[in-house]
Design a protein around this ligand. Structure first.
Ligand code: PLP
Length: 469
């Protein structure tokens, strides 16, 4: 039985014709996963272990496409770049939005053609520009999104004159944490009041196909107003660009100045669609967000489409991180539960103070000599769940009521599919965890667990080469 089956009403064999909302719920909570299945996977592959359900990834793509039927939907691959996920997203019909040469490389390998590839260059290293300009020679339909005039100059120096989208700083930001609010941060995009002129100038040297803004991560119902404001500004800019340039009302018969009318294809309003991390937080009302977006951007000039770039929304609730309890330490202040996953496996709690739901799946009760009852029969006890890294910030939660953990229990950390494995690192010389993908219920290891040997690969003689990318 697949996890997807487990989440469905008993008695239904699977998705039938005429999909109902229940076939594709707006969020999959950590409590919806099959505990038995997760325990099996942990027993077979060890912990810490990421589990990513491709069926859920497909459902998330489908809900996005249903909510935004006329929009171009681009998956921001930085949320999860695993090959299996990229292939599932490509098959579901989404484009790929890439933030680096490495991501472009991965997207190409997963089968995205240039016409479905968008590279967003944020202070792009020379090496990345060289690589992407090279790719564009073979894949001329690739689009490069640019947020500074310097970047345009650097592309021109490399002989690039292809498709360009201009990233605008709308001066409005949304986001669940200061560090992921990008809309107002000067680092991103060309300031709104200079954007029209910069876009017209860019059209002299490049094929300008769109304008873009991304406000940050974590659009939820409370932040819908700032989302609406950003989208409205972008709609306004699109209309301005579609009108004759006031400064050059007589036209430009010589063709050596900025073109009067810009013929753009799309207005990309970015990603940031929120996911309910807290157990009692409501799921994002995606149809309502879509409606608000369409209303705010309207009326778009003829031939100009809306585009969106969700990352988190596509993969977050399709993933869990499994970790085993190895230490339980009562102290006068708190009960500390030590586990084998830490901030090197899942950085978000340490970096953003992010909340991830945690469910005790038990397991200790099945072990010889343990007298622990099943988790459902244990009392909810406030605990701090801490990892093995020598950092105070290395906790997955503090003062959280869990079914009282004992040594040997398996914990599932929920909504871990976005920016989870992606931000994993080797600090404290910790090999990165393994990842298993579920596809129609069948599990396959898609990222093997790193070994101690992997930690030193790049510093061993013979493997250290110049590196041409
Ligand atoms: C990160 C990013 C996204 C996706 O953000 P999510 O919060 O994961 O939806 C989209 N567009 C750009 C340019 C980004 O940098």
């Amino acid at each position: 039985m697949s996890d997807r089956d487990a989440a469905e009403t008993p008695g239904t064999a699977g998705p039938t014709d005429g999909e109902t909302a229940d076939d594709n719920p707006s969020v999959r909570r950590v409590s919806d996963w099959s505990a038995d299945r997760l325990a099996e996977l942990a027993a077979e592959h060890g912990t810490p272990l990421y589990v990513q359900d491709l069926d859920r990834v497909r459902e998330n793509c489908e809900r996005l496409r249903d909510a935004f039927p006329d929009a171009d939907v681009r998956y921001a691959v930085k949320a999860h770049t695993g090959r299996a996920v990229l292939e599932a997203v490509r098959e579901a019909g989404l484009d790929a939005e890439c933030a680096s040469a490495g991501e472009v490389d991965r997207a190409l390998a997963a089968g995205f053609g240039g016409d479905r590839l968008h590279y967003t260059a944020v202070n792009p290293p020379a090496r990345d520009l060289d690589y992407v300009a090279g790719v564009a020679e073979a894949e001329p339909d690739l689009t490069i999104t640019v947020g500074a005039v310097d970047t345009l100059d650097r592309l021109a120096e490399r002989g690039y004159d292809g498709r360009v989208c201009v990233r605008v700083n709308p001066g409005v930001g949304a986001g669940h944490h200061e560090k992921v609010r990008t809309g107002g941060a000067a680092k991103f995009g060309i300031p709104y009041d200079r954007a029209a002129e910069a876009t017209r100038d860019a059209a002299e040297r490049f094929d300008v196909v769109g304008i873009h803004a991304h406000a940050g991560s974590g659009i939820d119902s409370d932040q819908l107003d700032s989302h609406r404001e950003l989208v409205a500004r972008m709609g306004e800019l699109a209309r301005e660009l579609a009108e004759p340039n006031d400064g050059d009302a007589g036209g430009d018969p010589d063709g050596d100045g900025p073109p009067d009318l810009l013929d753009i294809e799309y207005v990309d309003v970015g990603g940031g669609f929120g996911v309910p991390y807290e157990e009692d937080a409501p799921a994002l009302d995606l149809p309502a967000v879509a409606e608000a977006t369409r209303e705010a951007v309207a009326p778009l000039p003829a031939g100009v489409d809306l585009a969106i770039e969700p990352g988190r929304y596509v993969v977050a609730d399709a993933g869990v991180l499994l970790t085993r309890v190895n230490t339980v330490k009562p102290t006068p202040d708190e009960r500390v539960v030590g586990v084998d996953a830490g901030m090197t496996d899942l950085l978000r709690p340490a970096m953003y103070d992010a909340y991830h739901p945690i469910r005790n799946l038990g397991g200790a009760e099945g072990v010889d000599g343990s007298d622990a009852p099943a988790p459902a029969d244990r009392s909810a006890t406030p605990v701090t769940v801490a990892g093995p890294i020598c950092e105070t910030g290395d906790t997955l939660c503090r003062d959280r009521a869990l079914a009282d953990p004992v040594r040997g229990d398996l914990l599932a950390v929920g909504i871990a599919g976005a920016y989870g494995y992606e931000m994993a690192n080797q600090y404290n010389s910790r090999p990165r965890p393994a990842e298993v993908a579920l596809d129609d219920g069948t599990a396959a290891v898609v990222r093997r667990r790193e070994t101690l040997g992997d930690l030193t690969t790049v510093e061993r003689t013979g493997t250290v080469t110049g590196g041409d990318r």
